[in-house]
Design a protein around this ligand. Structure first.
Ligand code: 2P0
Length: 332
């Protein structure tokens, strides 16, 4: 069985033009309904659909250009990287999906605008921006949905970073992955806000990829996850469309806690949340009882993300002074 994303790349590359310099931007995203678990590890296909909100001007700017040295060059945030570093080798493996054995040395320059202190992973925006930049560099005639399908091969969450705003990644059912890509959920919600509360911005204890595979392989609670996650994703999409903030927040928080519960039941357990993460959650829940309407979501790391509406922004900032607030619908 072929891989739909690789077939699509090969078809587009058969009509590629000579490479020219091309720059692209993609925003990072935070899932309100999480992706956790793959049904096909080689094709990077998920067991459940997910829905995210993009982070406006927090993301990756990537330029792909013909290399003038005859060798590949990779730089990150202004620093030239050795080609065997993890970042460079992941980027070049992805580039190889396009150029194959055709020796086209490229210069890949990435600048992340996500503050390091936010402790957010940049693989979602990084692979989405790299996909856009490669398509531009080789003059490929691909739609955004097709680029989402391709970005998914780099990192699942990258499939959701092709657009601003709310985005849903449908898990798809095809064995070759032809129907596993994202699309925007066209709802404009200018008052929607996200806050990142940094807890620990160092490298994570387990990569998300290893963490989700270990959870699928060993957690007895994982059995309940795919069906619940699909239900949550459908409900959350409906609440986004209805702009029902309370129902959206309640479901997003419950979905994130359920994902972390599957990990805690893995053997041995995976615990991305630390004592400070739990203390922030406790503080949030106490503030909520007193009328502050905000909900939490947590990913493969200890940092806490809050969702709320613009009217609560000053209360959030006084309750959590180090919160970094993002307005997802205000972007360049
Ligand atoms: C998400 N995460 O939906 C979930 C929630 C982390 C927790 O997508 O293996 O880096 O490259 O497909 O996309 C992070 O996983 O994993 C992720 P791969 P990815 O945002």
């Amino acid at each position: 069985m072929n891989d739909a994303a690789k077939t699509l790349i090969a078809r587009a590359m058969s009509e590629a033009s000579a490479p020219t310099s091309f720059s692209a931007y993609a925003p990072s995203n935070i899932a309100l309904s999480k992706y956790w678990g793959k049904r096909d590890r080689a094709r990077n296909l998920p067991l459940n659909s997910s829905l995210s909100i993009s982070l406006a001007d927090w993301g990756s700017h990537t330029q792909v250009a013909p290399s003038d040295t005859g060798q590949d060059q990779v730089s990150l945030n202004g620093e030239a990287l050795a080609l065997d570093t993890s970042f460079a080798s992941k980027a070049l493996n992805f580039v190889d999906l396009f150029r194959g054995n055709n020796e086209t040395p490229l210069n890949i320059t990435t600048k992340n605008t996500i503050p390091t202190a936010a402790g957010l992973a940049s693989s979602a925006s990084g692979f989405a921006a790299l996909t856009r930049a490669l398509c531009g560099c080789f003059g490929l005639d691909l739609s955004e949905a097709e680029m989402s399908l391709i970005a998914r091969l780099g990192s699942g969450s990258a499939s959701r970073s092709l657009w601003h705003g709310f985005v849903r990644w449908d898990k798809g059912v095809a064995e070759n992955g032809a129907d596993s890509f994202a699309h925007p959920v066209s709802v404009d919600w200018p008052d929607f806000r996200i806050a990142i509360i940094p807890v620990d911005t160092g490298p994570k204890s387990h990569s998300s990829r290893d963490g989700m595979n270990h959870t699928v392989d060993t957690s007895p609670l994982f059995e309940a996850w795919p069906a619940q996650a699909e239900k949550d994703c459908n409900a959350i999409e409906r609440f986004v469309r209805e702009k029902d903030f309370t129902a959206l927040g309640q479901h997003a928080e419950a979905n994130a806690l359920a994902m972390h519960a599957t990990m805690q039941a893995a053997r041995p357990a995976i615990t991305y949340l630390n004592a400070r993460s739990w203390s922030i959650l406790d503080q949030l829940w106490r503030a909520r009882q007193k009328g502050l309407e905000a909900y939490a979501t947590m990913d493969a790391g200890p940092n806490i993300k809050l969702i709320f509406e613009a009217k609560s922004a000053s209360d959030i900032q006084s309750e959590f002074p180090d919160a970094q607030i993002i307005a997802p619908f205000e972007h360049s």
